[in-house]
Write a protein that binds this ligand. Sequence first.
Ligand code: NI
Length: 181
Amino acid sequence: MSILKIARMGHPVLRRPAAPVADPTTADIARLVADMTETMIDAQGAGLAAPQVHVPLRVVIFHAPAHRLEKPSESVPLTVLINPEITPLSDETADDWEGCLSVPGLTGLVPRWERIRYTALTPDGAQIDREAEGFHARVVQHECDHLDGILYPQRMTDMGHLMFREELRHYMSDTESSEDE
Ligand code: NI
């Protein structure tokens, strides 16, 4: 396994739609997932998409460890999604702070669907079909946006809420902090 270099906002790989994976069970995909996992943990991120490590394929990983959540009951184990598809389950959206390993140091208030259903394949060829809400729904939407060349600032409705995280922490200490995704 190796720690991979993370592309930052402005790199063309983050702006292009990623290609579907033909066969999720190959050794190449297993190696990519192992390297992405090591990279995400090293960077202390909650999620990572393959284009962020310069691989333009529809692969994302994420986790929601209990100790990093306001509501520990919403924790999700490390999950790998290959060729994921998202369907919103209602028109309801919620605003919350997000960060991104490709946009280091910044955080922004981003509206996302509150409840979603998502489907995907796993590296052993199984099908995932889940419903999610809250942080779980948010991180999946954030990661899947990377597969379509979209970074979270493009989803923001008020750029006055794009901030350096240090300043947000310093001046708005009652606001919850965000995770890098
Ligand atoms: Ni991100």
